[in-house]
Write a protein that binds this ligand. Structure first.
Ligand SMILES: [Zn+2]
Length: 472
């Protein structure tokens, strides 16, 4: 490749002219475009604003910043010229329900999770995630260390908003979680995690309304946000208590349980109530209206609920990323569900309509993949699948890209610097080998992921994690 000569010159230039922290040898091994001055020519762009795609676009990247975008731009002096005709570009994705853990591949039905400090940051970056929120942590210290090592260039990965461990009372029985037993105790936990450097909080299934009220007040007093995968508290109650974000679309809504006991989590009745709720129910329309009025963001993790029958074993690909034991477990579960998930399909189809209705009513719909559950949700690969599912949900391609980029940036209050492919923003963007304006499946053709003006080789990052998901 012609550009290699320029690139090797630019390695030395980038260190001196931009004064950035140098990358470690490990991180550098994944870099195809070191920081420098570039003009990328002849791209088709879906820019993340929701506007229609544009063809024949050039992007000038100078250091960390997108300096210009437009058709037939003049070549800046000393710029490295890269012709990308036939390829397309979208902003780096900002996804908000990510984790650095994955289910244990132990035999049987016992559920537990292991930290994936090595493989997951690479997989996220490989798929084009340049900023992510971990929506719950089992090892907050590890997550914070990873965030800082990525910032320092020591390891490759996305920029991270680290969320606290799941704050919950006893109930789920998950050995990795440390439940609290009083409101005073959970307030202490919020203060402790904030002091450690956590910048977001996650509440879970069994807390009370008084707990949530205290958590929200404490977090908000520090300008930090609270999200929830709820069960004991309804979406309406949580919105009234000031929660910022609700996880898993409407899958975790207990608002429609008949005679619901306050502060009680009833998983069986909860699922039943959603299965029985008509898709065009007025009660749902009213709830959506309420959430929009209260400015509560909703995270779609629709990929977690994708049925098994006639669908991929590992949605988004990524079978090779799994370590043998994990692969066996995932295959077994997939095979056992074939033809036996008609109720999952019923709920999946309704959930898609409700999430889109929330968006269309003016709500801030954001995206995330939740790589936990039964092991087939694999970091990075799942993100690409989620993008495809938004189109299956009825969104146009520009709307889909906006949900996965600008909407996440808006929630994180970083939309002045990231989230779209626009002049003046940080150079976080993805180059795709295929044309995503024509077919959303092009999301799987990632060539290069630019983060802060440095281009990472997607294939190398994906390969580095092969066989390791489930181990490290
Ligand atoms: Zn989760």
């Amino acid at each position: 490749m012609k550009n290699l000569f320029f690139i090797s010159i630019l390695i030395s230039l980038s260190l001196s002219s931009y004064g950035q922290t140098s990358l470690s040898k490990e991180t550098e091994a994944y870099v195809s475009y070191p920081r420098g001055l570039y003009i990328f020519q002849n791209l088709t762009i879906v820019d993340g604003t929701g506007n229609a795609s544009k063809t024949n676009q050039d992007i000038v990247v100078n250091g960390e910043i997108i300096e210009r975008i437009g058709p037939d731009l003049a070549i800046p002096e000393n710029a490295n010229v890269v012709n990308l005709e036939g390829k397309s570009a979208i902003p780096g994705m900002v996804m908000l329900h990510e984790h650095l853990f994955y289910p244990k591949a132990t035999p049987g039905n016992n559920f537990g999770v292991n930290q994936m400090s090595y493989s997951f940051p690479k997989l996220y970056l490989a798929s084009g995630i340049t900023t992510m929120r971990t929506a719950g942590s089992i090892m907050p210290h590890a997550d914070l260390n990873i965030k800082n090592k990525i910032l320092n260039g020591e390891i490759p990965g996305p920029k991270m908003d680290v969320t606290s461990p799941h704050l919950d009372r006893e109930g789920t029985g998950l050995i990795e979680l440390g439940p609290f037993s009083s409101t005073e105790q959970v307030v202490d936990m919020v203060n402790l995690y904030a002091d450690l450097g956590v910048t977001s909080f996650k509440v879970y299934n069994y807390l009370t309304k008084s707990d949530l009220k205290a958590i929200v007040e404490t977090a908000h007093s520090k300008n930090l946000k609270v999200t929830g995968h709820l069960c004991s508290i309804t979406y309406r109650e949580a919105a009234d208590l000031g929660i910022d974000n609700l996880e898993h679309g409407f899958y975790a809504s207990s608002d429609f349980i008949k005679d619901k006991q306050p502060d009680e989590c009833e998983p069986f009745n909860q699922r039943k109530s959603l299965l029985q709720l008509p898709v065009d129910s007025e009660a749902m329309t009213n709830l959506i209206q309420h959430l929009v009025e209260k400015k509560v963001a909703l995270t779609s993790t629709i990929n977690v609920f994708e049925p098994y029958t006639n669908r991929e074993v590992v949605p988004g690909g990524g079978l090779d990323a799994l370590y043998t034991g994990a692969k066996e477990k995932v295959f077994k579960r997939w095979a056992s569900k074939q033809g036996r998930d008609s109720l999952d399909y019923v709920l999946f189809n309704k959930a898609k309509v409700w999430e889109k209705a929330f968006h269309d009513a003016g709500g801030l719909l954001v995206a995330g993949t939740d790589p936990t559950y039964d092991g087939r949700i694999v970091a990075g690969y799942a993100n690409m699948r989620l993008v495809e599912l938004f189109v299956e949900m009825g969104f146009t391609i520009p709307e889909t890209i906006k949900i996965c980029t600008l909407n996440g940036a808006k929630y994180l209050e970083q939309d002045d610097t990231i989230g779209t492919l626009e002049k003046g923003k940080i150079a976080d963007f993805i180059i795709l080998n295929d044309d995503i304006s024509k077919n959303i499946k092009a999301i799987r053709s990632t060539e290069t992921v630019f983060k802060n003006g440095i281009g990472y080789n997607s294939e190398k990052l994906f390969k580095a994690a092969d066989g390791l998901v489930g181990i490290r």
